[in-house]
Design a protein around this ligand. Structure first.
Ligand SMILES: [Zn+2]
Length: 182
């Protein structure tokens, strides 16, 4: 096995689909080739990370009412699977009359293009009803992704929950409780 063949077999090794003989050859090569060996461990770490990301699901940690604002804390990844749970959570809050949402995505590492599509679609639907959808806690990656599709200005750019809800909470003059009271 040369270096090229060895490196091409990493994925099969990780999937456990490598034949016993190829496995032996791979291990023999790794003992003698330092460059393939370090590549091997880096690749395995990468596969680990990837499977961790794939297996994570969105969980709605919290959906609390705060003066007509629903605050959702989401963890996991807004990938094609996660976005379904996200949509369901929004739907349940909508059914209870909420049209203003702050979604804390501090614990969301990844948003897929489908996730972006759902965010955009929900944002415009809620705006049509006089509501809104705002994200707080974007990371470098998710911020850049939203900026690329032109959503960043509309949906992001808020520092925290307080910052995102500030102009909403003062709106309801008839509410004498005020948002500073416990
Ligand atoms: Zn090698």
């Amino acid at each position: 096995m040369d270096c090229f063949a060895v490196r091409n077999s990493f994925e099969s090794f990780n999937d456990n689909t490598l034949s016993g003989r190829a496995r032996d050859e791979l291990q023999r090569h790794l003992r003698t080739c330092e460059s393939c060996s370090s590549e091997f461990y880096e690749t395995l770490q990468f596969y680990d990370l990837l499977s961790e990301i794939r297996s994570a699901r969105v969980s709605i940690v919290d959906c609390q009412r705060e003066e007509g604002v629903a605050i959702l804390r989401v963890s996991g990844d807004l990938d094609d699977n996660g976005v379904d749970s996200f949509r369901t959570a929004l739907y349940h809050c909508r059914k209870n009359g909420y049209i203003k949402f702050v979604v804390d995505v501090t614990e969301v590492r990844f948003i897929s293009y489908m996730g972006v599509g759902v965010l955009a679609e929900r944002l415009f639907a809620l705006k049509g009803l006089g509501g809104d959808l705002r994200l707080v806690g974007l990371n470098l990656y998710t911020e850049r992704l939203l900026r690329m599709v032109g959503l960043s200005e509309l949906i992001g750019g808020f520092e925290d929950e307080e910052d995102a809800t500030e102009d909403w909470l003062g709106e309801d003059e008839s509410n004498s409780a005020g948002f500073n009271s416990a």
